[in-house]
Design a protein around this ligand. Sequence first.
Ligand SMILES: [Zn+2]
Length: 266
Amino acid sequence: MPAEVCTHPWMYAVEPFRIAGGLYYVGNRDVSCHLIDTGDGLILLDTAFPQTVYLLLESIRRLGFDPNEVAYILHSHAHYDHCGGTPAFVGLTGAATALGAADVPIVQEHAALTWAPEYGFEFHEAFDVDIPLQDGDVIALGNTKVCCMHTPGHTPGTMSYFFEITEEGATLTVGIHGGPGINTLTDQYMEEHGLPATRRTDYLSSLARLRERPVDIFIGAHPGPSRTLERQAQRTSDHNPFVDPEAWQAFLGDLQRTAEQAWGSP
Ligand SMILES: [Zn+2]
């Protein structure tokens, strides 16, 4: 059964909104996309599904931006729900694409590993990667520098991102873990695709590295685990629930416990 978000994408539409500073939510109810206004062009984090691209374009325009101002698309990882919309978006806007170098072969040669089959689709969304990202790379545009951390596990080339924004005179660090799911690390999936057992230790090492970074605003590759839409609903004129320095550590701690329960403590 194809996923409902792909067959009925309009049911997953979210009114786009500003999170803080120049950071905006332009994703849907199932998958996050974020937009950074750098003052000299836009950076887009993920494009979601091919079937939801029209929602993404609409969200960017509703905020008053032009999709043609997107200079870079930074991808969390090479799965259908995060980069499936990229060929259409690039075809319309000419934006440059960045993806973890170790995930480039997935979008170009290994359709079976894109998670498209699990969503009920064949993968026809291969794209050219202009910037194969390595650990420590920095994407700079306008007033923003996005630091790229290679955090393998969920996929071999999962990238996590950190950048600063300014909100009411305060400088706040935003962080996103690009691949928090262990759905690619089950015995069954790993056997079926011949994946090495080191994927699990990579996943845990990535969590440990992510925990070393202080984050004031935690955004998610999916809106559910980061409670993006709940936070927006709780927002008042004098309280921004997105500014929550505890949330990042709590989230990463939960991921570690979930993984250790699934695989047994090392
Ligand atoms: Zn994924």
